[in-house]
Design a protein around this ligand. Structure first.
Ligand code: PLP
Length: 446
């Protein structure tokens, strides 16, 4: 067989060759059909091969695909910035800076926060805090903030050792408490850490409203973010939400943080922003964050060759219009609730399913060797991979996630289908997933 020169996540694995996609399905070149139960990497939120998006692609390409952002602006990029500002729906405007990936969006968020304080004359405020169970991206700055053990470990010497706090991981509470009697110890830890380091050294705190890849859908309790924002404001620290995974309808609200009614200072977006039709992501900064920057250096000190290219902007704009036109945020909430209940039935039936948790169509399933003690399977069993491979054999795609109290010693998958999924399709997804769990559990617990 001809040697493949394309570097893939695991060169020993066999990857089917994709042929095409249609709606919530993907087909390989041998004709096998896969239900896209995770929208790829929680990206393809409007499904595959949507005609409106294909039309917007060709229409924009007929005008122009690329201009350099230092030479021209473009109508699609201007309109996209306006649209995102409307979606944030705050009592001040949010400016947009366009980049190409979620990692670049979080890196830009970090830089924007630091620059904000520099322009105000506070040049020592340059550390960014985050949480242990977190994933903010693969580039070195974003990885410095991420608690994803597996993705970090080789690059520790290159990473900034930014201080971290505990995630609000109620299934495995780091303080062995239960909500509400815990009085949000996890949120209060942020206050402790800030006091220890000194707020004069801290620019911002970054968090995914609901933790994705590094926690398999960790949903904080009510009033958690209210408390976090209060602590950040009290210490003059900016609050950055990484909405790369949770943004634009995925969780049943336009932004994940909307479940807590809090407005962040800076927002990072990616993934669902173009639903996978083109690489584009964004950093949104509020007027009050931008004010000193605009008065001082006039702009954010960052930029990529493809930043704000009209081709990607036109596509993202059409994706956002599609989400609104088809009321996909509402659908995500409604269908997410239905899917969650169905998956909870699987949790009660199967010993290896420790927890099922979700908001909208972002659902995590955590696996345990013992349901009562919540002890994870030993790592060399490779349960996550076993579940993913078995599901794929059956024609279902699910997404791997790290779980467990040490940021990765547990097994979990995420189920996050396109927001356009119907009830019948959800039933089919659940049937395939239950068959998968039945098979895997049979192998693990004979
Ligand atoms: N932030 C979050 C919350 C993510 O889930 C991801 C990717 O999974 C990223 C940032 C990085 O995005 P990208 O892979 O597009 O660089």
């Amino acid at each position: 067989m001809k040697r493949s020169l394309l570097i893939k996540p695991n060169m020993d694995d066999h990857y089917p060759t994709v042929s095409h996609g249609q709606g919530i399905y993907i087909f390989d070149n041998k004709g096998k059909k896969y239900l896209d139960g995770s929208s790829g990497a929680v990206v393809a939120s409007i499904g595959h091969a949507v005609p409106e998006i294909m039309n917007s692609m060709t229409e924009q390409a007929q005008h122009i695909s690329f201009v350099y952002r230092s030479q021209f602006t473009s109508a699609p990029a201007e309109k996209l910035a306006d649209k995102l500002n409307k979606l944030v729906h705050a009592n001040q405007d949010y400016y947009s800076f366009f980049v190409n990936s979620g990692s670049e969006a979080t890196e830009t968020a970090m830089k924007t926060a630091i620059q904000h304080w520099q322009e105000k004359g506070f040049s020592t405020k340059n550390k960014i805090l985050s949480r242990w169970s977190s994933y903010h991206g693969i580039t070195l700055g974003a990885l410095s903030l991420s608690g994803h053990v597996e993705r970090r470990k080789r690059f520790i010497p290159l990473l900034e050792q930014y201080p971290s706090v505990s995630a609000p991981y109620c299934y495995r509470c780091p303080f062995q408490q239960t909500y509400p009697s815990c009085q949000l110890m996890c949120a209060n830890e942020l206050d402790t850490v800030i006091r220890r380091i000194g707020s004069e050294h801290i620019a911002a705190f970054m968090a995914e409203p609901i933790v994705g890849a590094a926690g398999a859908v960790i949903i904080p309790p009510t009033s958690y973010y209210e408390k976090i924002k209060e602590i950040c404001d009290h210490h003059h620290i900016l609050f950055i939400t990484d909405e790369v995974m949770t943004g634009l309808g995925r969780t049943g609200k336009m932004f994940g943080i909307d479940h807590w009614g809090v407005k962040p200072d800076i927002i990072a977006l990616g993934k669902g922003m173009s639903a996978g039709y083109t690489p584009i992501a964004a950093t949104l900064a509020s007027e009050s964050v931008m004010e000193p920057i605009l008065q001082g250096s006039k702009s954010i000190m960052s930029g990529h060759t493809y930043s704000a290219n009209p081709q990607s902007a036109a596509v993202a704009l059409e994706v956002l219009n599609y989400i609104e036109k088809h009321q996909l945020v509402k659908k995500s909430a409604k269908h997410g609730e239905y899917l969650l209940q169905k998956l909870k039935q699987i949790q009660f039936k199967y010993q290896m399913v420790g927890d099922v948790r979700g908001k909208g169509l972002m659902i995590g399933v955590e696996f345990v060797a013992d349901k009562t003690t919540k002890v994870p399977f030993t790592k060399n069993v490779g349960v996550t991979k076993l579940v993913i491979d078995t599901a794929m054999e059956k024609g279902l795609l699910v997404y791997p996630a790290a779980a467990g109290s040490n940021g990765g010693d547990g097994d979990a998958v995420m189920i996050a289908p396109p927001l356009v999924i119907t009830r019948d399709e959800i039933d089919h997804l659940v049937t395939l997933f239950e068959e998968t769990i039945q098979d895997v559990q049979g192998q693990l617990i004979p």
